[in-house]
Design a protein around this ligand. Structure first.
Ligand code: EPU
Length: 341
């Protein structure tokens, strides 16, 4: 196990921010965790476990140990005529798991196609898109306790214990930084179970006269939509949606509708979701650029690094957007991306 010093993380975060980690190590095998837990660099420093780096913003150099999760492997644990249980290691690329599933005709994660990042990061924020979320298929999460000293134990969290919510889980809240996710287990359906009610997806399928015959048809459609709407981090640094959507009471929506009758909204069990992208666009931020940073021209929820930006520059933009929305709508925007300082 090779611990490196002053390791540049620019290629390991999709924002392409050039921050350094004081110590850095790659984890390729689960058994190597034992050794890692005992090295002084691990014991004496704050730790950050990194997957695809698609949901982090380094606001400065990281004064601790970054552990890159490269644990690989996808296996079918059991199956019957109706369903299949799949265990996937945390360092796998999320979309590779989607391909594994859709190529075999399994249903359940096709709407989550092409979400950047790794499998281990997926439960952290209960990834979701196009009317589906990980919570619909998750069975359990394997994670190591980072706080037990020598006794670091693996715990299996069942779905309820993960306390999944909208872009949220126990791993982002009460257990933040306390567990390292090594693998997840999901249960998928072998029986057709299509979910095409999300407006943008439905419209795309209708417009292109696509008749959904299998889960791959949906996966291809979602991949296409994402590719046209969201910038490719290889070309332009970004971390997908930077902010969470906004949930308000019905009364707040009704008040807003008096001034903005066309405000987009979705009712979810008595609570109303309003796309944060709409607020940002209303404040005139869509497509705006300030030197190296900006708001993407096709999607106001996506902040971009045009090249050479620092995490601080992005943070300044973030705070300006939050302040504008507070002033104009008296609502708080919350980042979805993890801010690392
Ligand atoms: N909208 C605007 N202006 C914009 C963008 C969006 O007004 O610039 C409004 C429009 O009314 C649009 C609505 O927002 O119809 C919804 O837009 P979209 O379908 O793109 O979804 P979203 O709510 O903005 C969420 C996820 C995305 C996910 C899409 C599709 C969050 C924070 N984001 O975005 O996730 O791909 O739904 O399901 O929930 C990500 O997490 O990185 C991500 C990209």
């Amino acid at each position: 196990m090779k611990i490196r010093r002053n390791y540049n993380l620019a290629k390991l975060n999709t924002f392409g921010i050039s921050a350094n980690a004081r110590f850095f190590v790659e984890l390729n095998k689960e058994v190597d965790l034992r050794e890692l837990f005992n090295v002084p660099e691990f014991k004496n420093n704050q730790k950050l476990f990194l997957g695809g780096g698609s949901n982090v913003l380094f606001t400065k150099d990281f004064d601790g140990l970054v552990v890159l999760n490269k644990l690989k492997g996808i296996e079918i644990l059991k199956e019957d005529s109706k369903s299949v249980v799949i265990r996937c290691m945390g360092g796998e690329i999320w979309h590779d798991l989607v391909i594994f599933a859709t190529e075999r005709g399994y249903w359940g994660i096709e709407n989550l196609s092409f979400i950047p990042g790794t499998v281990g990061a997926a439960p952290m924020q209960n990834i979701g898109a196009y009317g589906a979320e990980l919570a619909n298929v998750l069975t359990n999460v394997e994670a190591y306790n980072l706080e037990n000293g020598k006794e670091n134990e693996k715990k299996i969290f069942n779905k309820e214990e993960c306390e999944l919510g909208y872009r949220d889980s126990i791993f982002k809240n009460r257990l933040k930084g306390k567990y390292f996710i090594t693998a997840i287990t999901i249960t998928l359906s072998k029986i057709e179970n299509k979910n095409i009610t999300y407006k943008i997806l439905q419209e795309y399928l209708e417009k292109n006269k696509i008749e959904v015959k299998n889960s791959k048809d949906i996966s291809d459609a979602v991949t296409f939509i994402r590719k046209t709407k969201l910038p490719d981090p290889i070309i332009i640094g970004n971390a997908g949606s930077f902010f969470k959507n906004v949930f308000v009471e019905l009364a707040t929506l009704e008040k807003l509708q008096k001034t903005y009758p066309e405000i987009p909204h979705f009712n979810e069990e008595g609570i109303v979701k309003i796309p944060a992208g709409w607020f940002i666009e209303q404040c005139g931020w869509k497509g705006k650029r300030i030197e190296n940073v900006g708001v993407h021209e096709k999607h106001a929820l996506v902040l971009v690094n045009y090249g050479g930006a620092t995490g601080k520059e992005i943070l300044v933009l973030v705070n300006k957007i939050i302040a504008d929305i507070k002033e104009k709508f008296d609502l708080e925007l919350t980042p979805e991306v993890n801010l690392i300082s």
